[in-house]
Design a protein around this ligand. Structure first.
Ligand code: NAP
Ligand code: G4F
Length: 335
């Protein structure tokens, strides 16, 4: 029986990864922040199967203790201040957790159990102002947010520990992945949840920022499987994980409304653009300038050929099946 330590266990990916590892017979340990509300987030349904260890990415002593207590074969470092928009409001905190926190974790692994296999949650945000389309492992980075910069430091320090100390540290450069467990502040879940509320008359309009942004959206379940595969591979390496397809936020909105039988047509441009119900002529989507970011990542589209070849990894979900499962969940929630 293998031991796995997951940081960020209460998040979207942490929960799906926990389910996968429990199915595979792992002992799962989760680094967990104390919460004033005492809730277990996305792993509440698995609480009796997880060994929780209090800790924080900014606290080296807690990371050392977590490694001693869990004696891990594998560590999945998923903990992060993961919301790009907030990284402008909290740039230093974002860097402490996402950047310096990773150096602390790697140092703890090096000191306590250097043969542990480590997964680092790198991100397509590191490509930022993209230098190539599609983006692969060899595409130059150009981060566009404090979040992207913090993750780029983490990515390089992870590679550095791999090369300096011969440690098994793999980085998954994952493109956006979503699910019904996604936080409601992220655009996909905000859309599916608000569409469900509109359907039940609980609200009348969806307010969004940049509708032209393009993202390569997959499902978290597919992506945590790739994380696990990376740590079973013969060698540590970097892998892009993506669907290879890109869609605008506007197209995601259209797909979500179609799931509840509403056909959206667009009128106006820029801040004056709005989405109208083709049948009732009601305005259901408006642009709110406050939701634009100081710098935007305009287009992400990943090339996961390397993961397909070396890990035999392929996504099962496409945009339509992703949107449908998110909408079905939010309809149930808002009923
Ligand atoms: P998420 O739902 O926001 O989960 C983040 C997790 O990190 C939560 O469990 C959170 O705990 C924990 N955390 C935050 N700050 C912490 C700290 N200081 N110490 C310990 N734990 C802390 O994120 P996700 O979507 O699952 O993403 C997982 C990882 O993949 C993140 O590193 C993210 O940056 C990266 N990533 C995500 C995507 C994506 O599209 N989802 C793409 C590429 C990379 P609380 O519950 O206590 O807040
Ligand atoms: O859903 P988002 O907030 O995700 P974003 O910024 O792409 O970041 C996510 O994916 C990264 C991987 O590339 C992860 F590393 C990161 O942790 C996170 O999971 O925004 C997506 C796009 C952006 O271009 C944003 O400007 O949607 C645009 N958008 C338009 N209106 C909006 C909104 N985003 C949000 N959150 N809320 C809006 O109202």
């Amino acid at each position: 029986m293998k031991n796995a330590l997951i940081t960020g266990i209460s998040g979207q990916d942490g929960s799906y990864l926990t389910e996968l590892l429990l199915e595979k017979g792992y002992n799962v340990y989760g680094l967990f922040r104390r919460r004033s509300t005492g809730e277990y987030g996305n792993v509440a349904h698995l609480a009796d199967k997880i060994h929780f260890i209090y800790g924080d990415m900014s606290d080296l002593s807690s990371l050392i203790t977590a490694i001693i207590e869990s004696n891990p074969d594998e560590i999945y470092n998923l903990a992060a201040q993961s919301y790009v928009a907030v990284s402008w409001a909290e740039p230093l905190f974002t860097n402490d957790v996402n950047g310096a926190g990773v150096a602390k974790l790697l140092e703890a692994v090096k000191l306590v159990k250097p043969d542990t296999r480590v997964y680092q949650a790198s991100t397509s945000e590191m490509f930022g102002k993209v230098q190539q389309i599609p983006q692969s492992e060899t595409t130059p980075f150009y981060p566009r947010s404090p979040y992207g910069v913090s993750k780029l430091y983490a990515h390089w320090i992870a590679k550095n520990y791999r090369e300096s100390y011969n440690m098994f540290v793999s980085c998954g450069i994952l493109f956006n992945h979503e699910s019904q467990r996604r936080g409601k502040e992220f655009v996909t879940r905000k859309i599916t949840n608000t569409v469900a509320k509109i359907k039940y008359g609980k609200t009348d309009c969806l307010y969004l920022g940049n509708l032209d942004s393009k993202r390569d959206w997959g499902h978290s379940k597919d992506y945590v499987y790739a994380m696990w595969k990376m740590l079973q591979h013969t060698e540590p390496d970097d892998f892009v994980i993506a669907t290879g397809k890109t869609y605008t936020v506007r197209e995601f909105v259209e797909a979500a409304f179609l799931c509840v039988g509403i056909n959206i047509v667009w009128q106006g441009k820029g801040a004056n653009e709005c989405g109208i119900d083709a049948e009732t002529k009601k305005t259901l989507v408006k642009v709110d300038n406050k939701l634009y970011r100081p710098a935007e990542v305009e287009l992400l589209m990943g090339d996961s050929t390397k993961a397909q070849k070396l890990l035999n990894w392929y996504p099962k979900y496409n945009l339509q099946s992703l949107v449908k499962c998110m909408i079905d969940n939010d309809l149930e929630l808002e009923k």
